[in-house]
Design a protein around this ligand. Structure first.
Ligand SMILES: Cc1cc2nc3c(=O)[nH]c(=O)nc-3n(C[C@H](O)[C@H](O)[C@H](O)COP(=O)(O)O)c2cc1C
Length: 354
């Protein structure tokens, strides 16, 4: 199962743990996956520079193997005609939960340039980007001796990412949990939703750099399928949320274990950008109110107190991002056991296909 990308990224097996912002991809999880022969990725979004520095240091204390850091680099989102319905909906939710609000003060996150600088100074060897072109950052990343991974959702984005200097490309299929990694902020109607099965081989044919498949890959059958489609590694998110070492709180884990695939819907209610998440009271309330969310990144800032309170409770008012394969993860496990199981199953699936 060793691919040329395994050698480039320092992996023994072609398994990448997806970066998952929100506090889920803890240093313990990232280190455990890298220790087990895969590649763990930290998620920098919404961390301060100090928090990111701390997470990199802690991961290094836990593993001598390579790991990476991921950054969200979305361009500007278009304004919406009327923000009042969103503000009113958030206020109603806040009152219902007995919160006094408001959300986070605007502008509290560290600018992405500064956060990337933190990772490069710490000599992190792999820098991954999502939700935008890596173009502005490829040169400084390469100058620091690190590799650029870019996440895309279409062949056009893959070609642009390669031209912008990406050393490897994540082809994120529509099944994927979390934000759609489109370079532009599309409306839900115009959103490209190309499935992993169709996207991966088309991207493999269109670029010369190694391709990583993501979206709905939950077990070794999916890993084997990704490799058969020409990908050189599989990147899994939802499956690793259920690792013992992930930061997912109990309510999130419970919902993942109980939910059906039909509940993992694409919505922009949580952040103003399209993401696949479990349909819950927050998604329903925004839909019923006919309220457009505030443009990225203001919806998250305006609702963060609601999300935090809900995550500590039953998760009904928080973003529970999840991919369509969620039925295939039916228990919590140590990250190393997940990696081991994926490899064994992928080998068996490969044998069956021969
Ligand atoms: C909870 C969650 C948070 C995510 N956050 C990020 C992120 O911060 N950066 C990123 O590049 N991708 C993020 N993703 C998307 C993953 O990189 C990946 O594309 C996706 O998890 C693959 O689909 P799967 O969940 O079906 O395995 C997130 C996914 C989930 C489920």
């Amino acid at each position: 199962m060793r691919t040329r990308l395994c050698d480039r990224l320092g992996m023994a097996v072609p398994i990448i743990q997806a970066p998952m912002a929100g506090g889920w991809t803890t240093p313990r999880l990232v280190a455990a996956v890298s220790e087990a022969g895969g590649l763990g990725l930290l998620a920098a979004a919404r961390l301060t520079a100090d928090q990111l520095r701390g997470q990199i240091e802690e991961t290094r204390r836990l593993t001598g193997h390579p790991f990476g850091v991921n950054f969200l680099v979305p361009g500007p989102s278009p304004a919406i005609a009327d923000e009042r319905p969103a503000v009113a909906a958030l206020e109603r939710i806040r009152q219902g939960l007995g919160l006094t609000g408001p959300g986070a003060p605007a502008g509290s996150a560290t600018p992405v340039e500064e956060a990337i600088e933190v990772a490069l100074r710490a000599r992190v060897p792999i820098i991954s980007f999502a939700m935008g072109s890596p173009r502005p950052w490829a040169e400084p990343v390469h100058a620091a001796g690190a590799m650029v991974i870019a996440s895309v959702t279409t062949v056009t984005e893959a070609e642009a990412a390669q031209a912008a200097g990406a050393d490897a490309i994540v082809a994120q299929g529509a099944e994927a949990g979390g934000h759609r990694s489109t370079f532009e902020a599309h409306s839900l109607e115009a959103l490209p939703l190309i499935g992993t099965m169709a996207l991966v081989p088309a991207v493999v044919d269109a670029v010369t750099v190694p391709v990583i498949a993501a979206g709905g890959i939950m077990d070794g059958r999916g890993v084997a399928a990704a490799l058969a489609l020409g990908a050189e590694a599989a990147q899994l998110g939802t499956r690793f949320l259920l690792a013992h070492e992930s930061g997912a709180p109990p309510a999130y884990r419970r919902r993942l274990l109980e939910a059906a695939e039909t509940e993992a819907v694409v919505t922009d209610a949580f952040s103003g950008r399209a993401a696949r998440a479990l349909r819950n009271a927050f998604v329903r309330t925004f839909a019923e109110a006919g309220a457009r969310p505030l443009p990225w990144p203001r919806q998250v800032a305006a609702a963060v107190d609601i999300y935090q309170a809900s995550l500590a409770d039953d998760g009904d008012w928080a973003p529970l991002f999840a991919g369509q394969g969620l039925r295939l993860a039916r228990r919590e496990q140590a990250a190393a056991d997940i990696v081991r199981e994926l490899v064994e199953e992928a080998k068996a699936a490969g044998d069956r296909a021969r």
